[in-house]
Design a protein around this ligand. Sequence first.
Ligand code: UD1
Ligand code: CA
Length: 455
Amino acid sequence: MALKTIILAAGQGTRMCSKLPKVLHKLANKTLLQHVCDTSFKLKNNHLIVVYGHGGVQVKHELASLNLTWIEQTQQLGTGHAVQQAAAEIEDSDTVLILYGDVPLLKQQTLNNLLSKVSSNSLALLTVTLNNPTGYGRIIRDNNQQVIKIVEQKDADALEQQVQEVNTGILAVQGKKLKHWLLQLQNDNSQQEYYLTDVIAMAVADGIEVKTQQAPNVDEVLGVNNRIQLAHLERVYQLEQAEALMLAGVSLCDPNRIDVRGSFSKLGQDITIDINVIFIGTNSIADNVTIGANVIIKNSTIESGVVILPNCIIEDAVVGADSRIGPFARLRPQTKLAAKVHVGNFVEIKKSSIATGSKINHLSYIGDSIIGSGVNIGAGTITCNYDGVNKFQTIIQDGAFIGSNSQLVAPVNIGKNATIGAGSTITKNTPDAQLTLTRAKQISIKNWHRPLKNS
Ligand code: UD1
Ligand code: CA
């Protein structure tokens, strides 16, 4: 059985008040449409057809890496009209699933349950019961509780408006039947639109049973029409991520104050995460890691036992086991810290590797460097890696001690167990195990007086 999923994404999304097409707005740093596609791709034997309209070039460009069939709907004449545009892509034997590019939180499990209800003589419809059903199409049932039709809000009479079970818009049906009904759609309704929902009454007339399934919760089937709804679904999504983390053995100081914008390639046990931590992209976090408040971690690997103190930013970096980072440290791309490295306050590291047990505890910039093990870098040390045109490398060998407020002008090599006197500007390679310093001699002037104020 081949499955074809038609994703409707042609609407402009006027209420977003945005130049960006609605389906390109992001939830957890991923476009709404990508959320829907990602979930759909998890279904077996599925081929995705996206019906686009507004901002089509931009939408296609954003999702260019996905294997999708794109169908343009030049005029938005209704949901039925949108599906009609894709009819040529549907084989009689296909099962067709209708989804929406602005309904991002739908789950694979829900769709599989729905699909299990479709057959050559039944259609599956996802419904939900709302306290306030205003605006939605109502599910109208007969005395035997069989669905007979869907009536849109604007076409519903007073009695029908009281029905609280509504159409989510999501349905699954055999291709042959759908194509047959699509040909018969009319727009003689209050909005003069071709309603997809009219296929329900046609199914009933053809003796096809309409099997409904209740959505497990409202948020899963909610669409985004404005930025308030987008923010609401973001919080729903983030709470789900937080709960998944906790169930996997992570302690969160407050599950309402963590954001996961991506995924974890590895997640250890007994990780503790304080408030306002943001994970972006794909991260790997090992056992017994502690992450302080206000930390951002992007595409990084944090090995076991690492302590990250508050207010650090870590991007495309590897932090070795039992290292201690921060507070207020920034690890930029291509930083590789081995085990037991200490990186302290106001330290920035870029494209550098630092071997076991080395310490950079205060106010330093380390860029394009290779630093050995057991190195101690004093406060205020700067690797001058850039001459305004090119970048150069600094090598600091095992056991070196760099005195505070030193500048290491790259390219430069600091020898093994070398000591650099505080306040030095080092422009040439320094030998192993010697003290090197470039400091003017300290003098004191006897009988010197402070100047007196002119009267
Ligand atoms: C639709 C359903 C309604 C249901 C509600 C759930 C119909 C006639 N009504 O109503 O029963 O309760 O969704 O949210 O189907 N779209 C296109 N092309 C079009 C029209 C719409 O791609 O020509 C897309 C929109 O981008 C949107 C979706 O289809 O993602 C739904 O369209 P919308 O106009 O919001 O339908 P509703 O009136 O909300
Ligand atoms: Ca809608």
